[in-house]
Design a protein around this ligand. Structure first.
Ligand SMILES: O=C(O)COP(=O)(O)O
Ligand SMILES: [Mg+2]
Length: 219
């Protein structure tokens, strides 16, 4: 069965404003900008906290420990406001329905903790579209380790020879390449069409084009 696996942050949904609000909540003044820093938000909680601590002047040698100490508070603030500003990208739900109608199996492979991913996709109303969802803590490994993607494909009922990953960052490209699976990158994130520098099989300008782009991969 042809299988399309989706990344979550920056691919299915623009989660950046809620991620940045949760990161800023741990500091006495906002250190990250919801628009200018959206790219770092899509690299996850640790990346945001690393940047915020660098901006406060936390000494380099103390940053990793500061990030670990800040993570639980960040995660609980994020959970509390997880769908305040977060929205699906235009056309995403309809594209998923069209793919399902064409017989594609669908799954999610995200580096978000899986409980947060479950909560968010349920709130956004699309959890039931996916046969499998694996998060950062579903396995002992995560993207860019290819086993994270390969296991998601298997649990969605697919096989790697007829699968594609739709993602937004280099982490997705590296996981897909190591798994021998083509990667389509969204071109409507902070980098725009500039994601072409990462060498994806295709860049997606709009979800309305996804079924025809996946068709062209000839899986
Ligand atoms: O939370 C992260 O690290 C990124 O999550 P993603 O894999 O859904 O983009
Ligand atoms: Mg992402």
């Amino acid at each position: 069965m042809r299988t399309a696996i989706f990344d979550l942050d920056g691919t299915l949904a623009d989660t950046s404003a809620d991620l940045i609000a949760a990161a800023n909540g741990g500091f006495s003044a906002p250190l990250l900008d919801p628009v200018a820093d959206s790219l770092v938000a899509f690299h996850g909680g640790r990346a945001m906290l690393r940047l915020a601590h660098a901006r406060t002047g936390t000494p380099e040698a103390e940053i990793e420990a500061a990030i670990e100490a800040a993570l639980p508070g960040f995660l609980s603030r994020y959970e509390a406001g997880i769908d305040t500003h977060t929205r699906l990208y235009d056309g995403a739900a309809r594209a998923l329905d069209r793919l399902a109608g064409q017989g594609w199996a669908l799954g999610v492979c995200t580096n978000k903790p899986v409980a947060l991913a479950e909560l968010l996709l349920t709130r956004l109303g699309i959890r039931d579209r996916f046969a499998a969802m694996l998060g950062a803590d579903s396995l002992p490994v995560r993207k860019p380790d290819p086993r994270h993607l390969l296991e998601t494909i298997a649990r969605a009922g697919g096989d790697a020879g007829r699968a594609v990953l739709v993602g937004d960052t280099e982490t997705d490209v590296l996981a897909a390449r190591a798994a021998g699976v083509p990667c389509v990158l969204v071109g409507f994130g902070p980098e725009g069409a500039g994601v072409a520098r990462l060498g994806p099989a295709a860049v997606l300008a709009s979800y309305t084009h996804l079924p025809e782009i996946l068709e062209r991969l000839d899986l």
